[in-house]
Design a protein around this ligand. Structure first.
Ligand code: DGP
Length: 113
């Protein structure tokens, strides 16, 4: 999508602190980190939100999570634990309408908030 920030990060048109890329997903560090480790993992295909997922996307979303697990291990946060979040819609605080999985870790976190 031509006006999507994350599509532009995936193609390299907007710079980011790149962490991982394959033919299905891309991962980069969040611009405003909410934890010592805060990485966004996004599908290379533009999908607005969980609300617009289709059955065809099930393998892709599974790959998003196995990539998160792999990155958590690489970042050295797997053993102590980490949080995975997908915000969906305005009430959840979604600000970028290209599905992204937040990977947060590196310090203890409260259950909510
Ligand atoms: P959400 O609130 O779930 O839609 O999260 C969007 C996240 O995207 C937010 O934590 C900040 C991050 N973000 C927004 N614009 C950019 C950008 O241009 N580069 C990077 N690296 N992160 C961005």
């Amino acid at each position: 999508m031509s006006d999507c920030i994350f599509c532009k990060i995936i193609t390299g048109d907007i710079p980011s602190k790149h962490v991982y890329h394959d033919d299905q997903v891309t991962a980069f560090r969040d611009l405003n980190p909410a934890a010592p480790t805060h990485i966004l993992i996004v599908p290379n295909k533009h999908i607005d939100s969980i609300n617009t997922l289709t059955n065809e996307d099930e393998q892709l979303i599974g790959h998003l999570f196995t990539t998160a697990k792999q990155i958590a291990a690489q970042e050295g946060i797997a053993e102590n634990g980490y949080r995975l979040i997908i915000n969906t819609g305005a009430h959840a605080g979604q600000t970028v309408f290209h599905i992204h999985l937040h990977l947060l870790g590196g310090a203890p976190m409260r259950l909510m908030g």
